[in-house]
Design a binder for this molecule. Structure first.
Ligand code: OGA
Ligand code: MN
Length: 289
């Protein structure tokens, strides 16, 4: 496989790799090395269906089912796959007032997947089936580069803090207060380190997300302002790569050291992306910092 860096800090395009084919263990190792170094990998022209996408992901960890796997209503896709589309269970465009649409609009805020779970997500793998003619990009921000660039006095101030992550807070920011899948009890707010050691690279990284509500043992307002400042700093354009989707793109990102957000598009057009996500091995509080 070949690698070509797409951004001065991170992101590589991988070529000469068919993710839908059986993967020898040395290829899995080479992909891991590329993830550890570049955090976001772009693979164009991949021939995947849901089954092959899942098989590929299983080489890299245990699969974390999406929140919507709890839905009691009919799903368009199997429960291990996050439906990142604007389609309903019958494959038709969702109605403008469909609550699943409002829930998904939360992805337009800078976030990292699954930080609201005690054991959060590690890798996400998003595959494009159908994309709109323009818009609908996904932006990624490099949290290791952001950490490296923070002034020393801020590093010292934030290094040992713990943030409280809460999906209800996150969705509430865009006025979506009705958790959809009966999650209030299953997904209580959880603590996560604000600064982590990224195990694959040995680099420190900020761990931020729209899910981060406040800072433990600090007044809510103070912690919230601090989180806003950090997110603003970490998402300056110099840390951001914008991915313009083509059908058959597979993008893999490491949630432990990046943030991402979706961009608006004409919702009269179909955007059908599907995501498989792996679970990390422990809470950030139980990991070496
Ligand atoms: C996701 C996500 C953004 C997008 O799949 O986790 O946040 O561009 N997607 O759809
Ligand atoms: Mn996401």
């Amino acid at each position: 496989m070949q690698l070509r860096q797409l951004h001065p800090h991170f992101v590589a395009e991988v070529s000469d790799l068919a993710a839908g084919r059986p993967l020898p263990s040395q290829t899995v190792r080479a992909i891991w090395e590329a993830i550890d170094r570049y955090a976001v990998l772009v693979l164009r022209n991949q021939q995947l269906d849901d089954e092959r996408q899942l098989s590929f992901a299983r080489h890299f960890g245990e699969i974390e089912a999406p929140r919507s796997a709890r839905a009691t209503t009919k799903r368009r896709l199997r429960p291990e796959i996050s439906d990142i589309s604007n389609l309903d269970e019958n494959g038709r465009l969702r109605a403008d007032d469909d609550p699943r649409r409002f829930d998904q609009l939360g992805n337009r805020l800078w976030h990292t997947d699954g930080s609201f779970r005690r054991v959060p997500a590690a890798l996400s793998m998003l595959y494009a089936h159908k994309v709109p003619s323009s818009g609908g990009e996904t932006e990624f921000a490099d949290m290791r580069a952001a950490w490296d660039t923070l002034p020393d006095h801020i590093k010292a101030e934030v290094e040992h803090l713990v943030a409280v992550h809460d999906i209800a807070y996150s969705r509430g920011q865009i006025g979506f207060t009705q958790l959809l899948f009966g999650e209030r009890e299953v997904l209580p707010a959880v603590p996560q380190r604000l600064v982590r050691l990224h195990p694959g690279s040995g680099r420190k990284t900020l761990y931020l997300a729209a899910h981060a509500s406040h800072i433990l043992a600090r007044p809510i307002s103070e912690g919230r302002l601090m989180l806003r400042d950090l997110i603003e700093f970490a998402t300056q354009r110099e840390f951001v790569y914008c991915h313009t989707w083509r059908p058959s793109d597979l993008v893999i990102w490491d949630n432990r050291c990046t943030m991402h957000r979706g961009r608006p598009f004409d919702e009269g057009q179909t955007r059908d992306l599907r995501r498989v996500t792996t679970r990390d091995t422990a809470s950030t509080l139980d990991q070496v910092a």
